[in-house]
Design a protein around this ligand. Structure first.
Ligand SMILES: Nc1nc2c(ncn2[C@@H]2O[C@H](COP(=O)(O)OP(=O)(O)OP(=O)(O)O)[C@@H](O)[C@H]2O)c(=O)[nH]1
Ligand SMILES: [Mg+2]
Length: 459
């Protein structure tokens, strides 16, 4: 399968500055030479690695000129896929790109499947599976923090950690199997070996504990703006988005339906939902809006409970707070610009053990602090980690580590109960396999298909 040469448009379709056709495989340079005619100098085939040539893209059958392009040659193994790669940089129009791709296919390349370039990088040993998945996290990153965590994963931070754990398991497994195979010479594994396995258990637990944070970084959080009518929920949405997205008015009950927007708050990707103000007397459409807003509040990971500082905390505010039960929340006192002095005691009271903050949707005061309160709340309860320590960004990794942990726990329990060594070694093998799936050493084709099908065409 790796013998053939693949090609695809690697930039998004649509009008852009440039569009790139990527060709990878043993015939990449030969295929490109049939399409690419240099403006001057020797034919493309003799071009040294990492050199750029200017020329024309031609239809290999008819000789028709399709576009003026740059050809970038990257020879194996110094390329993304570790194979010979040629990139043709066209003028960005979708039609020009499509026609050049067509010419490349006529010249003998096959259209790449989604994620196939990255899959080849993995199969050729340029990236392990966790690093290949990091590429996906980088493409999909919606926040600074999520992006930097994914870049660290691409650089191999998680892979190194996982390999250390795997090596430790293999060491224990070797000691156990030696005692099975050569009981006279080696004797039973001692407490030192058992302690090593205990350490593996702690390491697995440590890595698993990073998932909550990793999930937030990779998937983002859902936040609902909730409160009485007219407190400024829609104004806050607009202020955070820095655009006039939701209708704002001084008539209570302005927002009737929920409005969703994605944005960054405290460096995290958030889906922020503006909802209808809650009040008892509502009828008809407004009543339906309020029902929806209750649903949105329940579905959210976090609620911003907005109160109006010009009015103060009211009985209705307290009722809304009650109905939110244990939902994590930040009490947001809005319209601080319109009061001489903000009364913070009632805010603290309303917030209880949750954080509170004073802001103005009108002037933007306090919005930064709101972001850091949200961040602090969402990421609290996590042990402090050094910023370059790995964390789990993908559910697949979490599931594999949970399975490994289960096997290690079983092995330790069996050890205490004096179970036969061959039973314990089965659990150790299970743990080794589960951990190896993360970097791909023990991964099956089926798993690879599933992972790479998530990628876009041309990546
Ligand atoms: N002075 C001042 N006025 C504000 C501020 N935020 C909102 N307002 C005003 O408060 C009124 C209500 O604002 P909205 O954003 O529509 O309030 P809402 O909570 O979405 O109201 P409903 O959709 O009816 O539930 C408008 O007249 C806003 O201009 C603020 O920070 N300072
Ligand atoms: Mg509104």
């Amino acid at each position: 399968m790796l013998e053939d040469t693949i090609a695809a448009i690697s930039t998004p379709l649509g009008e852009g500055g440039i569009g790139i056709i990527r060709i990878s495989g043993p015939e990449a340079v030969k295929v490109a030479s049939k399409v690419f005619k240099p403006k001057r100098g020797a034919p493309l085939e003799g071009t040294a690695s990492h050199r750029v040539r200017l020329g024309l893209a031609l239809d290999p059958k008819t000789g028709e000129v399709l576009d003026e392009v740059l050809a970038l040659v990257m020879r194996a193994p110094r390329s993304y896929t570790a194979e010979d790669v040629v990139e043709l940089h066209c003028h960005g129009g979708p039609l020009a790109c499509a026609r050049v791709l067509e010419a490349v296919l006529k010249a003998g390349a096959r259209l790449a499947e989604p994620g196939e370039f990255t899959r080849r990088a993995y199969l050729n040993g340029r990236l392990d599976l966790a690093q290949a998945e990091a590429v996906l996290n980088i493409i999909r990153a919606r926040s600074r923090a999520g992006l930097s965590a994914a870049v660290r994963q691409l650089e191999g931070s998680l892979s190194r950690r996982v390999r250390e754990i795997k090596d430790a398991i293999v060491g224990v497994l070797a000691a156990v199997e030696a005692s099975i195979d050569f009981p006279e010479e080696v004797g039973e594994p001692g407490t030192e070996v058992r302690e090593r396995l205990g350490k593996v258990r702690e390491d697995l637990k440590g890595l698993l504990a990073t998932w909550e944070e990793g999930k937030i970084l990779s998937q983002g959080i859902r936040i609902a703006l909730v409160g009485r009518p007219n407190v400024g929920k829609s104004s806050l949405l607009n202020a955070l988005l820095k655009e006039e997205r939701a209708i704002v008015s001084d008539i209570p009950g302005t927002t009737r339906d929920t409005i969703k927007e994605t944005l960054q708050l405290g460096g995290l990707a958030c889906e922020l939902v503006d909802t209808a103000g809650w009040r008892e007397a509502a009828e008809g459409l407004e009543r339906m809006g309020i029902a929806r807003s209750r649903e949105a509040a329940l579905a959210a990971d976090l609620v911003l409970l907005v109160v109006d500082l010009t009015v103060g905390v009211t009985k209705e505010d307290r009722e809304i707070r009650e109905s939110l039960k244990d939902k994590p929340l930040v009490v947001v006192g809005n319209k601080v610009d319109a009061v001489a002095r903000a009364e913070v005691e009632p805010l603290k009271d309303l917030a209880g053990s949750w954080p509170w903050v004073v802001v103005s949707a009108k002037t933007g005061a306090g919005l930064e602090e709101l972001g850091s309160k949200v961040r602090g709340l969402v990421l609290s309860g996590q042990a402090l980690r050094a910023p370059d320590e790995p964390l789990l960004l993908r559910e697949r990794h979490k599931v594999a580590l949970e399975r490994a942990l289960e096997h290690v726990e079983d092995a330790l329990a069996g050890w205490s109960e004096g179970l036969p060594w061959d039973l314990i070694s089965i659990d150790l093998r299970g743990a080794w396999e589960a951990v190896g799936e993360i970097t791909g050493e023990t991964a099956q084709d089926e798993l690879l298909d599933r992972i790479f099908s998530e990628f876009c065409l041309g990546k």
